[in-house]
Design a protein around this ligand. Sequence first.
Ligand code: 5GP
Length: 115
Amino acid sequence: MGETIFSKIIEREIPADIVYENDLVMAFRDINPQGPVHILIVPKEEIPTVKEIDGKKHAELLGAMFDAANEIAEKEGIAKEGFRLVFNCCDKGGQEVYHLHMHLIGGRQMMWPPG
Ligand code: 5GP
């Protein structure tokens, strides 16, 4: 049973524009996009933040998230020009939803430093 809005999307209790899914991850369009392409890549396993990631335990899951990012970027037509992948962590990192997710943002020129 889900505890965050993303768990409810994974359980299909609330709607989302889902663009990718397999046994380990789901990806859907961000409701408040920060670029022409803004997709959230979310593990089905409930991991609150990057702080709970164990490199060995979650190796397959992390690989699946990056495979999803590359596949989606290709499908969205932004692989060649480039894109940004972001994990926000906790309060100062700007995290709003405490279910691990990777932002895939592209379709425009990214700036550095980020806000
Ligand atoms: P965070 O700030 O936690 O890194 O990112 C959370 C993201 O989830 C934000 O970009 C926000 O726009 C998005 N978001 C929040 N609620 C929903 C929702 O109900 N549906 C979708 N598709 N995205 C959401």
